[in-house]
Ligand binder design. Structure first.
Ligand SMILES: Cc1ncc(C[n+]2csc(CCOP(=O)(O)OP(=O)(O)O)c2C)c(N)n1
Ligand SMILES: [Mg+2]
Length: 317
């Protein structure tokens, strides 16, 4: 990873964390509704993985947080308008949280029915193969979601057709209040790759370089026509499952322990050791992130809600 890329990922991680915090405030103020699942603690993984994508590649994100959109470069004002159901959003305010779709940058969305992402990712991969395009699909999903039948059907289909799909599991140890070890027979979800004759790799999801390098390797394999890969990034969600979750199922000691592994200070220490990031730059990047968010929130607040008569537009049957 060169310096420019390392810093670009850092900027996106900081912008994502500041946006998570701001969205939580907007929810408390009643300006954003619905179930927002915060990605605090997982931004490094999300930003580093997306940095490995090329301009024309596709991605399906999971339900956790804002970093996927920030990292892919979707304008902040569009993201905020989607969250607040305002007309300026990618779905013209008709989607709400988890419904950012931006085909201009290959962002194919997310399925509210968890596990719906896998057949869509396989379909996108198949279309790439049929059309002979130079593209890949990056599909994010959680540890809990990996237990859906669609994961297994799609993994087999992608493997047997050698589709250019990278399956990226964000294993944060929990699916709402269900710990992974109680829902999942294998210790490492990456082990399931063996059953579908694809490479499976476990990485530290809080280590930017490991994520970037493992996802880049899987993408390169997909581009060579060698088929799918499964990457399992071990991470942790530092906030509750959703904004408002009393989070009574986890011990405070467990959560505290993981705050000490917050990927942001880890990455900051690494970048300053490598003389890439100074204290002054850190301050400048943080101030810039807050200013960008302020401008986007102001834009969102001035935007109208979609008109009732537009409710049936953009529907397909
Ligand atoms: C098919 C389906 N079942 C249940 C839900 C409700 N639900 C939303 S998020 C979630 C937990 C998913 O856990 P995981 O895949 O590990 O992702 P995480 O929330 O930990 O990021 C559940 C059960 C859903 N959206 N879709
Ligand atoms: Mg999980």
């Amino acid at each position: 990873m060169d310096k420019k890329l390392a810093l670009d990922i850092y900027r996106k991680i900081i912008l994502s964390r500041r946006l998570e915090e701001r969205v939580a405030e907007l929810i408390k103020a009643g300006q954003v509704g619905g179930f927002m699942h915060p990605g605090v603690g997982q931004e490094a993984l999300q930003c580093a993985a997306i940095a490995a994508l090329g301009r024309d590649d596709y991605m399906l994100y999971a339900h956790r947080g804002v970093a996927y959109w920030v990292a892919r470069g979707i304008p902040l004002e569009k993201i905020l308008c989607d969250l607040a159901c305002k007309e300026g959003g990618t779905n013209h305010g008709k989607g709400g949280v988890m419904r950012v779709v931006y085909p201009e940058l290959g962002v194919l969305g997310e399925s509210g029915t968890l596990g719906g992402c896998f057949p869509i990712a396989s379909g996108a991969g198949l279309s790439i193969k049929v059309k002979g395009e130079d593209r890949v699909v990056l599909c994010f999903f959680g540890d809990g979601t990996s237990n859906r039948g669609t994961f297994h059907e799609s993994a087999n289909f992608c493997a047997v057709r050698k589709l250019p799909v990278v399956l990226l599991c964000e294993n944060n140890g929990w699916a709402v209040s269900m710990p992974t070890e109680r829902s999942t027979a294998v210790k490492d979800i990456a082990d399931r790759a063996k059953g579908y004759a694809m490479p499976g790799k476990v990485i530290d999801g809080n280590d930017v370089e490991q994520v970037y390098s493992a996802v880049s390797e899987a993408i390169a394999r997909a581009r060579r026509g060698e088929g799918p890969s499964l990457v399992e990034a071990k991470t942790y969600r530092l906030w509750g499952h959703w904004i408002g979750d009393p989070d009574s199922y986890r011990s405070r000691e467990e959560v505290e322990k993981h705050w000490r592994r917050d990927p942001i200070p880890i990455y900051e220490r690494k970048l300053s050791d490598e003389k890439i990031l100074t204290e002054a730059m850190k301050k400048e990047i943080d101030t810039d992130a807050r200013a960008q968010i302020d401008r986007a929130v102001e834009f969102m607040q001035k935007q109208p809600f979609p008109k009732p008569e537009s409710a049936l537009e953009d529907l397909y049957a």
